[in-house]
Design a protein around this ligand. Structure first.
Ligand code: SF4
Ligand code: SF4
Length: 214
């Protein structure tokens, strides 16, 4: 009721979550990043915030492993609060593995911040190398120790390995481009469950990471 449609809130909002016409104001909640700026610039104190559900968190347990999964609602662009909620569930005395989304955007940075170590999973292709360079830049800026796992090893070329060698980046593991692994993956079965020789390799990789953190 207090709004006089001056448009300052819409001008301020860099996410285009508000549109003001001569006699109306439209709100697009899915685009809002909750920065609070529109409320600050509104000269009429016409803006109030309401809480809304942007996603959910699922929990499961298998043997002694707790598993949490964050799910954003369809069309939701704000994933950071969901990641924060997930990270609130970390029990410091336990080993926690966080699976970040691909790329090097805000959600990746939110996920890896304060991690002890980052495993950058990549593929030996030009796209893989391009993305890896960006990810390496991010983890170096955040000063997080890291290593690389090459997935689908055997496709593409050796440029990725040459890059890692030049940059002194440890390659922790090479997972071959293997039909059986792909088939198990597509059935939702971790390949270590059926290809038991890989269990030791993952244990060795974990040991290497522990050594690096000493
Ligand atoms: S909500 Fe405030 S800033 Fe936005 S148009 Fe209305 S009066 Fe102006
Ligand atoms: S709180 Fe939301 S609508 Fe307001 S300026 Fe920030 S992003 Fe835009």
């Amino acid at each position: 009721d207090k709004c006089d449609f001056c448009g300052r809130c819409a001008d301020f909002c860099m996410y285009n979550a508000l549109a003001v016409t001569r006699d109306n104001i439209m709100i697009f909640p899915e685009l809002c990043h909750s920065c609070g700026g529109c409320k600050l610039v509104c000269p009429k104190d016409a803006i109030n915030y309401e809480s809304r559900t942007i996603g959910s968190i699922e929990y499961g347990r298998d043997r002694d492993i707790d598993f949490y999964r964050g799910i954003a609602n369809v069309g939701e662009v704000r994933t950071i609060p969901i990641i924060r909620e997930l990270k609130n569930r970390i029990q410091k005395e336990k080993i926690t593995i966080l699976d970040a989304p691909p790329g090097a955007g805000c959600s990746v940075i939110e996920t890896i911040e304060e991690s002890d170590f980052c495993i950058l999973v990549t593929e030996p292709t030009p796209f893989g190398l391009y993305d890896l360079r960006i990810a390496v830049d991010v983890v170096r800026r955040l000063k997080i120790p890291f290593g690389v796992v090459i997935n689908k090893y055997g496709i593409g070329d050796r440029k990725l390995e040459i890059y890692c060698s030049k940059e002194d980046i440890p390659i922790l593991m090479k997972i071959p481009f293997d039909r059986k692994i792909a088939s198990l993956y597509s059935s939702g079965i971790p390949f270590v469950e059926r290809m038991s020789e890989w269990k030791n390799r993952f244990r060795e990789m974990f040991g290497m990471i522990e050594e690096k953190l000493k």
